[in-house]
Design a protein around this ligand. Sequence first.
Ligand SMILES: [Zn+2]
Length: 270
Amino acid sequence: MEVEASPPSRSISTHLRGALAACRGAASHAARLALDIALPTLCVACREPVDGEGVCAECWAKLSFIAPPFCPRLGIPFVYDPGPDMLSMEAIANPPAYTRARAAVRYDDVARTLVHALKYQDRTDLAPAMGRWMARAGHELLDGADMLIPVPLHWRRAWRRRYNQSGALARVIERQTGVKVAPEALQRIRPTEQQIGLSRPQRASNVQGAFKVASERQSLIAGRRVLLIDDVLTSGATVDACARALLRAKASQVDVLVFARVVESHKTPI
Ligand SMILES: [Zn+2]
C-alpha cells in the first residue's frame, strides 16, 4: 500500500507545488496590478489621475504663474511693460520693510485650493510641487540669500496644526537650492487673529510686534541676507512685520518669497 500510495502522493504534491507557484505568480501579478490601481499619480488640485506629477493640464491652465513684466520691488505683475526699474504705485506709496517680494502664482481658485489643502488638510504631499514653483519664481532672491526663514506660527497654533506650512515649503526650496532653512531664528511671540476679513490697517496692527528674533539668535541674523518664506501674501502686513523684526536684529537685507500673492487688478497698472 505504501509503495502504491507514494507515486500518486508525489504526483499530487507536484501538482500542488505547480498550482501554488502559479497562484503565487498570479498573486504577485495581481498585487502589482492592485498597486498600480491604488497608487496612480493624482493631480494635486483636482485628484484626477495625471501623467508625471504636479497638476493636470486642466488645473495647470487655471493657475496664473507670475512672469515678467512685474514690479521689481513687490513682484506685482504689470499688464504692460513700463520699462526697466519702473516701480508699481503700491511700492512707491507704501514701501515695505523688505527689499523685494516674488510669488509663483496669483492667488486665485486653483492656488487657493492648493494653499488650503496644504494648510488645513495635512496635504504635505503638495509641498514639493509648490516649493519647486517657488524656487523658480524666486531664483533672483535665492541667488546670494544666506538663509531661508519660514514665517513662524505661534506655538499654540503650530501644536494644533502639527506642522508649519511655510516650513514645509522652505524645506523643499532648501532641497532644491541648497540655501539652508533657519527654522527657529524668528519667533511669533504672541498669537495673532487670523488676517482673513481684516482691513489693511487692521492687518498691520494685528501683527505689529508679533515677531522677534531671540537675543541668543541675533548673531545668526546680523549682517546676513534673509529670504522669508510664506504661503500667501495678501496685504503683506505679516511679512512686513517679520522683515522689521529681522532688520532690528541687523539682517543686511530681507526678501520675501511666497507661493501665491493676491493681485488687485485695479492696482496693477502704473
Ligand atoms: Zn487637476
